[in-house]
Design a protein around this ligand. Structure first.
Ligand SMILES: [Zn+2]
Length: 117
């Protein structure tokens, strides 16, 4: 049985993060939802490596729970910065983890249709 994930486009949270990261486009995870700024759910679904990275963050939310994960992520970011943050290190390693694509299945929001890349 697979867990469901969702994708939210034009997310205010992703927009704020993009400004902070000085990133043209950005994806970030909150709970089981991938929030996007300046990119589409189709692009996300077609870029499987990028998708697996974000699915790894969804798994982290599940492992630690919202409050604990956000707290630990913040501490890591303060101590080590973005790139060496252990949750980012883990997510980068998970970019090769094809099992993540089997574990999670995309559940379209209203107006989004499932598109298999
Ligand atoms: Zn990440």
């Amino acid at each position: 049985m697979s867990d469901v994930y969702r994708i939210k486009e034009n997310s205010i949270w992703a927009k704020l993060a993009a400004k902070r990261m000085k990133s043209e486009k950005l994806a970030m995870v909150l709970g089981n939802t991938i929030h996007l700024y300046n990119t589409s759910y189709q692009e996300m679904l077609q870029n499987r490596r990028w998708l697996r990275h974000e699915l790894a963050h969804i798994r982290q939310f599940q492992q630690y729970g919202w409050v604990r994960f956000l707290f630990l992520y913040l501490i890591e970011s303060i101590k080590k910065g973005y790139y060496k943050n252990r949750f980012e290190v883990e997510a980068r390693e998970a970019e090769q983890d094809f099992y993540l694509e089997e574990r999670y299945s995309f559940s379209p929001r209203p107006g989004q249709e499932r598109r298999i890349a």
